[in-house]
Design a protein around this ligand. Structure first.
Ligand code: GDP
Length: 485
């Protein structure tokens, strides 16, 4: 897969990190998930709750009063953008709008001073843990398999997928253009750019399409970060390549060189410098959206989760990540946005995520890592109530739908609260995972509208309280609780 040099470099990095850990304990927490899964909201709420002493009864160190102080510090990596925590809090709390989503990697260091739980530990010193939170697009993880593929294989697979009936209307423009190109013609920048642009447009169309197609690499074509427009991203697969070597100076040779540059200068450093140094990982998934869209979307979610978990797999076949998963000892799969359903359904949502995760773990052959699941809402935008309908009392959720949202023909202005009967989650997730397509049972469709962030209560001194959540404390306890013992 990679050269011995890469393996040695990662091993050295890992050792250096561990050695540094003895001096001042740090925990590097990776936060990932496909776009719109809820990464930005999760990190903002987690930090806000820790800084403002939020209600976190399942987070043991906080509950037992052992946390002395929590504060933000300068992050250790100077070249990684800082997670814009203050901007995101201002959006959520002051403006009550959702913050800008993750578009690239970013980092934030939160330091926690605590008292050890054991009398013995307290005798010696007060504990200090620096939590480095690394936010990165899940799309970038899906590039890992490219490391094992040369340009011809990449091209053949990409074209094969693009020609499948489910994608053919989206890929038509790119395939038609690519068919007119002679790979042996002299390399030309404008041709390369038009091909790359139409190929990227096709990949993006697949992401926003309601058919919920799987996310295809290269990940930076969907989330370019700071590489937008750079030569490393100005390439595309070419159809019907023969097995001969590319002619020097040809378009094919240029595309091949850029594809290899993408692997060497973009994909490998990302894994070596960021993913390989993580200690813990949370993977956010938008299970609610998938359940709402039907079997194909649920199956697609399972596929994406499998691919993501495969990146953390140990073993010789994948030694880049073999080193990595020896370091990552816990992964949490979290379904966010549980505030869209009544609490009576939370356990059912968690059971669905557990089933999806178990299947994904098995398919990804992931072993030697502890994996847990949680159904949570990093920010709770609704409260619960009941509505009488005839003789029945229905459980409802109450919130302010975003402007422009509609339900049953009624549209909302973004300022008025409304009660919604969210419906039931499917009891049998297996039927969703096995069935090929077709409508979901209408009685099992959840009524899904997006709500505005909640209005925060203020104390008598005018300070706003921390962001409300569902089970964020359970996530926190699993991810960092043992490091504050
Ligand atoms: P990212 O792309 O993974 O960074 O996703 P974001 O954190 O920006 O979340 C995408 C959108 O999902 C937000 O704009 C919200 O509309 C919604 N969202 C995320 N987390 C929550 C949550 O805990 N509760 C609710 N109600 N909505 C959420």
């Amino acid at each position: 897969l990679t050269s011995i040099g890469d393996e040695a470099l990662i091993a050295l990095d890992t050792l250096a990190g561990r050695a540094a850990g003895i001096v001042s304990p740090t925990l590097r927490l990776g936060v990932t998930g496909l776009s719109r899964a809820g990464k930005t909201v999760f990190i903002t709420s987690l930090v806000h709750n820790l800084l403002h002493g939020g209600r976190l009864p399942l987070f043991e160190a906080q509950k037992s009063g052992r946390i002395a102080k929590t504060y933000l510090e300068h992050q250790p990596d100077d070249t990684v953008p800082r997670f814009q925590y203050e901007d995101h809090v201002a959006a959520l709390v002051d403006q009550r709008i959702w913050p800008d989503s993750t578009r690239a990697i970013s980092e934030l260091r939160l330091t926690i001073d605590y008292e050890s739980a054991s009398g013995w530990g307290r005798l010696f010193s007060r504990g200090r843990l620096s939590l480095d939170i690394i936010d990165y697009p899940g799309e970038w993880l899906l590039d890992l398999p490219l490391l094992g593929k040369d340009y011809i294989t990449f091209s053949r697979e990409a074209v094969e997928l693009a020609r499948l009936p489910v994608r053919s209307d989206l890929s038509q423009q790119w395939l038609q253009l690519a068919a007119t190109i002679d790979p042996d013609a002299p390399a030309d920048e404008m041709t390369a750019r038009t091909l790359a642009d139409t190929f990227a447009a096709y990949l993006k169309a697949g992401k926003s399409d309601s058919r919920a197609l799987s996310t295809l690499p290269p990940g930076r074509f969907l989330m370019p970060g700071d590489l937008d427009g750079s030569p490393a991203l100005t390439f595309a697969p070419l159809p019907d390549l023969n097995d001969q070597r590319a002619k020097p100076g040809s378009l094919r040779a240029m595309m091949e060189r850029r594809y290899e540059a993408y692997k060497t200068h973009v994909v490998k450093p990302f894994f070596r410098e960021h993913v390989a140094r993580l200690d813990r990982q949370i993977v956010l998934i938008d299970a609610m959206q998938a359940l709402n869209s039907g079997p194909e979307a649920v199956q697609d979610l399972e596929r994406a989760l499998t691919e993501i978990l495969a990146c953390f797999r140990a073993g010789r076949a994948n030694f880049l990540t073999g080193l990595l998963s020896r370091k990552i000892d816990r992964i949490l799969i979290a379904a966010t946005k549980a505030d869209h359903i009544h609490h009576e359904s939370h356990d059912r949502l968690q059971a669905i995520v557990r089933r999806l995760t178990d299947r994904a773990i098995e398919r990804a052959a992931l072993s030697g890592v502890d994996v847990d699941v949680v159904a949570m809402a990093a920010v709770r935008a609704t409260r619960e109530g009941t509505v009488k309908q005839g003789r029945d009392t229905l459980p409802v959720i109450i919130g302010t739908p975003l402007a422009g949202e509609t339900i049953g023909g009624e549209s909302f202005d973004g300022n008025s609260e409304t009660a919604i009967f969210p419906g039931d989650l499917p009891a049998d997730v297996n039927s969703l995972l096995e069935s090929s397509s077709g409508p979901v049972n209408q009685s099992e469709v959840i009524r899904f509208v997006r709500f505005r962030p909640p209005k925060l209560e203020r104390t008598s001194e005018g300070l706003s309280l921390s962001l409300p959540h569902i089970r964020l404390d359970r996530a926190l306890q699993y991810l960092i609780g043992d490091h504050l013992a």
